[in-house]
Design a protein around this ligand. Structure first.
Ligand SMILES: [Ca+2]
Length: 163
């Protein structure tokens, strides 16, 4: 009897899990980086979840950070990134945007010596995003840091608006 209940629970969990947002049938277009539960959308390059009193965020600790989106439909899209570079006095961070391995846009980050997140926007042309799983890659010019810890940019959110 007990075994049946456990099995029923496992099956129920499996069915519930199959309908979670982020799967191909329910597009998850806003990745609020730093929030729990969205870690599966963050691939290579990311550090832990953090909170600065106003927003959740995570550092990209490498020259590259991957974000995965599941889309119900392919199409052109508006892309938005909220980020701040790790401050270094003599260098300007550059961010490149790649969609499924194809270059789309790049930005020079403002050289601010304060913790100010800026929004970077780009248009993703038709033909790059596919129905199903998509990889957005942010590629940076350098990492910097101290005591063996390296950082490139901190990200608040990544947004995709498929038209
Ligand atoms: Ca966030």
């Amino acid at each position: 009897m007990m075994k049946c209940r456990v099995l029923a629970l496992v099956l129920a969990w499996g069915l519930w899990g199959a309908s979670l947002p982020g799967r191909a049938d329910v597009p998850e277009l806003m990745i609020d980086v730093g929030d729990q539960g969205l870690e599966t959308n963050l691939g290579f390059g990311w550090g832990r979840l953090e909170w600065d009193g106003q927003r959740s965020f995570s550092w990209i600790r490498r020259l590259e950070g991957d974000v995965w989106f599941d889309l119900a439909e392919a199409g052109p899209a508006d892309f938005e990134l909220s980020a701040v570079p790790y401050f270094t006095p003599h260098r300007i961070q550059r961010i490149g945007l790649y969609v499924n391995g194809t270059f789309v846009a790049e930005w020079d980050c403002p050289h601010a010596n304060e913790w100010s997140f800026e929004v970077y926007r780009a248009q993703i042309p038709e033909g790059l995003l596919v129905k199903g799983r998509n990889r957005i890659t942010l590629r940076m010019g350098y990492t910097a840091g101290e005591q063996g810890r390296q950082y490139s940019i901190a990200v608040d959110y990544v947004k995709l608006d498929v038209r």
